[in-house]
Design a protein around this ligand. Structure first.
Ligand code: SF4
Ligand code: SF4
Length: 89
């Protein structure tokens, strides 16, 4: 089967900076953003996370995040990282 064509850019969300405001989650056209328990906070605190293989690189989440937690990076950079490359296989 042919490999899935990847977008030119993908979104990287800094979970340590995320306040869990969910502004990004609301605008994502493919619903690939969800909430998870925050990494450094009390257990009730939620942050957002991106399901990378489903991201289409539309940049909307990056545009709406009030805290600049989401960076758009070239897909090649994700493919050079062992962990994210596995997700995109
Ligand atoms: S870039 Fe677009 S598709 Fe990707 S996570 Fe952000 S809003 Fe969703
Ligand atoms: S918009 Fe920014 S601060 Fe708000 S949940 Fe998304 S990544 Fe976190």
């Amino acid at each position: 089967m042919a490999k899935k064509k990847l977008p030119k850019v993908l979104a990287l969300l800094d979970e340590d900076m995320c306040t869990g405001c969910e502004a990004c989650l609301v605008v994502c056209p493919v619903d690939c953003i969800s909430t998870i328990p925050g990494p450094r906070h009390e257990s009730s605190f939620q942050v957002c996370t991106i399901d990378l293989p489903r991201c289409i690189g539309c940049t909307l989440c990056h545009q709406v995040c009030p805290w600049d937690c989401i960076t758009m990076l070239p897909t090649d950079q994700f493919l050079q990282n062992e962990n994210t490359a596995k997700q995109l296989e």
